[in-house]
Design a protein around this ligand. Structure first.
Ligand SMILES: [Zn+2]
Ligand SMILES: [Zn+2]
Length: 432
């Protein structure tokens, strides 16, 4: 989800391909970025985007549901619009109801005709959207504490773990761990309260893994950044900032969320992860950064609510927090629109001018290309870019356009540091 979103103008109206429903309170803000539904999906019941912001800013009190049935119902309502003609429930004629595609149980249609008309597009993603529909319910187990499940010690040195195919075999047989979640009270309660039958166990096992992979993808991507810039966590403690951290990384965050780094670099000198962003959600990780180096062999997570460049002025420059050895940006989304690039500009220039090693992730190759172009225009030196070997395995529906090919969190990355050397900036001369 894009972060550092500037406040919306009063006149804000959703674009043509966004979906807005007064009743369910859902905006799809960015056509290319899945996002807001997550929040609704997990916790909230909101009238409009203003209320959403109030909630993420901690101003809205007591947004609760009477029961789980209601929570899951509200959540499902955010998906109720005709995929073909975009009609919302309140625009239906009397007696008409939105009917769900029986194959994926994900998208809705107002009439048979609409469904027929849409099928040539929808059939390309229907199978995938079935998984998406399962995942968005199973994801609730992240908030009940069933997920993430615990992982094993690394049996291979970090240099030999280059992707999921290297990482997974170190986990051994996860059957008993997954079966415990499958037979757990929360899983049972989930399927009792949603308006669809429980998928079979093999579907659920795969879904649990996909959701776990999204969680781990963030940690392993940080690890990849450490390796990429040859930072040595055995030589000195490392300070890592997550710039533009949003509710995705901070809602329900636990102080143990980055412990996989302990398995990746056993016996390290101490790693501090500091989340900074205007949408950081209050919770146990909301604590000041370390002033002195933290405990050896531990990962210490803290959070700061605010824009990154402001944080730099208020905290780093006053030496109330260490300068980062690495800055991570999960889906900054600054390619998406002018407002976002303006929000990110001071941060990008600051990171460039202080020569800070950075790794940013994207949802797709298209985003990667647009982001690269923006960074190059800022004369930032790109070190590397490409598909992320630790991409999330969980498909994300492009909310307002379900028939678009689903995307994956952290699917691509860019490593960059410092300013382009001058010879690269100049036009090639006759001798080149
Ligand atoms: Zn329709
Ligand atoms: Zn379908």
């Amino acid at each position: 989800m894009a972060s550092e979103i500037p406040a919306l103008p009063q006149s804000y109206a959703p674009g043509n391909d966004s979906v807005f429903s007064d009743r369910s309170g859902f905006y799809s803000m960015d056509t290319n970025v899945p996002g807001l539904s997550k929040l609704i999906l997990n916790k909230l019941n909101m009238k409009d985007y203003g209320e959403y912001r109030a909630a993420v800013e901690g101003k809205a009190q007591g947004i609760t549901f009477r029961n789980y049935k209601e929570l899951f119902q509200k959540m499902e309502e955010t998906f109720k619009f005709c995929t073909s003609c975009n009609k919302l429930p309140e625009h239906l004629t009397e007696g008409q109801t939105l009917k769900r595609c029986v194959k994926c149980l994900n998208v809705y249609y107002c009439t048979k005709d609409c469904q027929k008309k849409d099928w040539p597009q929808h059939k390309k993603v229907c199978k995938m959207l079935r998984l998406v529909a399962i995942d968005r319910l199973v994801e609730w187990l992240m908030f009940t504490g069933d997920l993430p499940f615990s992982t094993e010690k690394w049996s291979k040195p970090v240099a030999e773990v280059k992707n999921w195919e290297d990482w997974l075999p170190m986990q051994g047989d996860q059957t008993s761990c997954l079966d415990a979640i499958l037979s757990g009270a929360n899983m049972t309660s989930l399927w009792k309260n949603v308006s669809r039958p429980r998928p079979d166990d093999s579907d659920l096992r795969q879904s649990l893994w996909r959701i776990q992979s999204e969680f781990l993808s963030r940690v392993l991507t940080v690890g990849m950044g450490i390796r990429h810039f040859s930072l040595d966590p055995y030589a000195k403690p490392l300070t890592i900032h997550v710039a533009g951290a949003s509710h995705n990384e901070t809602m329900g965050a636990r102080v143990t969320d980055y412990d996989e780094l302990n398995k990746m670099f056993p016996g390290h000198q101490g790693i501090e992860i500091l989340m900074v962003g205007p949408e950081v959600v209050d919770g146990p990780i909301m604590r000041p950064p370390l002033r002195a180096f933290g405990p050896k062999h531990h990962v210490y997570i803290s959070a700061h609510k605010g824009l990154y460049h402001q944080f730099w002025e208020d905290v780093v420059e006053k030496e109330e927090g260490a300068k980062p050895d690495l800055v991570i940006g999960f889906h900054p989304g600054f390619h998406a629109n002018q407002g976002l690039i303006e929000g990110w500009l001071p941060t990008l220039l600051l990171l460039r001018d202080y020569n800070i090693p950075c790794l940013f992730t994207m949802y797709s190759e298209m985003e990667l290309k647009c982001s690269l172009q923006i960074l190059l225009e800022l004369e930032i030196q790109i070190r590397d870019s490409g598909p992320n070997p630790f991409t999330s395995q969980k498909p994300e529906q492009v909310q307002s356009c379900p028939n678009k090919i689903p995307v994956y969190c952290n699917s691509h990355y860019i490593c960059f540091q410092g300013i382009l050397p001058e010879e690269d900036v100049e036009e090639p001369g006759p001798n080149n």
